[in-house]
Design a binder for this molecule. Structure first.
Ligand code: ATP
Ligand code: MG
Length: 505
């Protein structure tokens, strides 16, 4: 900072050293300047970057900019009562959070203080919130599926445990819904979940907590919330705290799912913090290291090999775009860091295609090796058929007399689109997904009335549960072997006979 301040700093230091020649002299500093959630202090000579410091009245902060003239400290929490001349104490600790199973079922803030009135959190173990990601040699390839229970995703954009899959789209396109449904679907699958809410309204977070609790999903989930009204520091820290909690489980061999909702707001919080710290602004006024902000976070997801615990962290970061612009600064950054993206569209969402996934722009670069054999086989043609249908439908709307083959292809495409629609909070079992997609892809629903497809398919699932129990489980485990496929076809034909009277056709 300016040299005037430095002079004062040296002056005071000499004064202080003159009075107390003890080693603690560099452990205590003085507040020189008070700003918006940021203070500038001098005298903390040995302070580490990222170290927690304490002020009187129990206020804490984190040392960020270490300069010759002093240290900039971002405060965690309010800054009521802090004034120039106050003392600042080193703690010798890098910011850390409690970790462990005691966190499950809890709602906490960015520094893991409970927000849910369920009493203090006693875990007995802490981890630093920042940590270097595991190296290449500690990892192994992603080949176990992480099922979302959402037909369109499990079939076309499969996710594997340890993968980083971005959910991207404009506001109100169902981004959070996909993440929350995925958490709900992890019930009894041995995956511990972390939902990090960054810069959202606390009422929205409360709704999500209620949803999770109502569906029995809070028992294996921890919610880390840094609301829009919280200081930007807390919003900045919250995803790293979440990652630290996940790492503890990962190293103990557990599979973890972590949702960052959302990283656009995280980047904005970091920009605000950086501007207050007087770091030079770059493109879109973000500081130069904004890429590192998210790369170091998402690198912490992955799958460890057996020698290193064998657990995994699957990350679902969310990014909000403006008017569908995927090529803006933060979206392109995060796209390049992740292993694929699920792209959601407003137009599709408003026309009733929910989840509003654009199959052309959505990809999963590693998940297909984690897909079970049967699903891979059944789902293989879907993406192509959808693309062809879209093209054909765009043409067909201008012509009145279509030949029979075109009509048939349109009918088929329309049914695939309908089949991939799915209500919120209604995850499907993998077996049922395979069955429904099999029936659709093999054209067993092409003569069913479009409006009645969902009814037809739900009925089909029930029919199999009652009359062909175990077939689909075998298919999911062994693949689509000829004898099993025959039985599926027999089951579907049977069901079609039953419902012929129900006017579904
Ligand atoms: P925001 O940008 O505000 O965070 P978002 O993209 O996270 O929004 P959601 O909050 O998940 O979107 O969903 C927006 C609305 O759409 C919600 O009211 C939700 O209930 C509804 N919705 C989302 N997915 C579906 C679905 N598959 N079927 C029906 N309704 C849905
Ligand atoms: Mg949302």
């Amino acid at each position: 900072m300016n040299s005037g301040l430095y002079d004062i700093s040296t002056l005071i230091k000499n004064e202080v050293l003159g009075f107390i020649a003890s080693p603690e002299a560099c452990e205590v500093g003085r507040v020189m300047q008070v700003g918006d959630g940021i203070i500038h202090a001098i005298g903390l000579d040995d302070v580490m970057s990222g170290e927690l410091v304490r002020l009187d009245d129990g206020v804490t902060g984190i040392a960020m900019n270490l300069e010759q003239s002093g240290v900039s400290i971002v405060l965690l929490g309010g800054m009521k009562g802090i004034k120039e001349g106050d003392l600042v104490y080193r703690t010798g600790r890098i910011a850390e959070v409690p970790v462990g199973d005691a966190l499950l079922g809890r709602v906490v803030n960015a520094i893991c203080e409970p927000l849910d009135r369920k009493g203090p959190i006693e875990t007995g173990k802490h981890r630093p919130i920042e940590r270097v990601a595991p190296g290449v040699l500690a990892r192994q390839t992603v080949d176990v599926p992480l099922l979302t229970g959402i037909k369109a995703i499990d079939s076309m954009i499969p996710i594997g445990r340890g993968q980083r899959q971005l959910i991207i789209g404009d506001r109100q396109t169902g981004k959070t819904a996909i993440a929350v449904d995925t958490i709900i679907n992890q019930k009894d699958k041995g995956v511990k979940c972390i939902y990090v809410a960054i810069g959202q309204k606390m009422s929205t977070v409360a709704d999500i907590v209620k949803t999770l609790a109502g569906r029995g999903a809070l028992a294996y989930t921890v919610v880390v919330a840094a609301g829009a009204a919280e200081p930007v520091t807390m919003q900045y820290l919250s995803p790293y705290s979440g990652a630290a909690m996940g790492e503890e489980w990962m190293q103990n061999g557990d599979d973890v799912l972590i949702v960052y909702d959302d990283l656009s707001k995280h980047a904005v919080a970091y920009r605000t913090m950086s501007l207050l710290l007087r770091r030079p602004p770059g493109r879109e006024a973000y500081p130069g290291d904004v890429f590192y902000l998210h790369s170091r976070l998402l690198e912490r997801a992955g799958r460890l090999n057996a020698e290193n615990g064998g657990g995994s962290i699957t990350a679902l970061p969310i990014i909000e775009t403006q008017a569908g612009d995927m090529s803006a600064y933060i979206p392109t950054n995060v796209i390049s860091i992740t292993d694929g993206q699920i792209y959601l569209e407003t137009v599709a969402f408003n026309s009733g295609i929910r989840p509003a996934i654009n199959p052309g722009l959505s990809v999963s670069r590693v998940g297909s090796s984690a897909q079970v054999k049967a699903m891979k086989k059944v789902a293989a043609p879907i993406r192509m058929e959808l693309a062809q249908y879209r093209e054909l439908a765009a043409f067909a709307q201008y012509s009145s007399d279509l030949d029979d083959e075109t009509k048939a292809r349109l009918r088929h495409g329309e049914r695939i689109v309908e089949t991939l629609k799915q209500e919120q909070f209604s995850p499907f079992r993998l077996e049922d997904e395979i069955l429904i997609l099999y029936a659709t892809v093999k054209k067993y629903v092409d003569d069913v009335n479009v409006e009645k497809i969902l009814r037809f398919e739900n009925g089909l699932v029930e029919h199999f549960r009652d009359n062909h129990a175990g077939v689909m489980e075998d298919v999911a485990a062994r693949g689509l072997e000829p004898d099993l496929e025959e039985e599926i076809i027999r089951g579907i034909e049977q069901y079609r006979q039953f419902v012929r009277e129900e006017h579904l056709f």
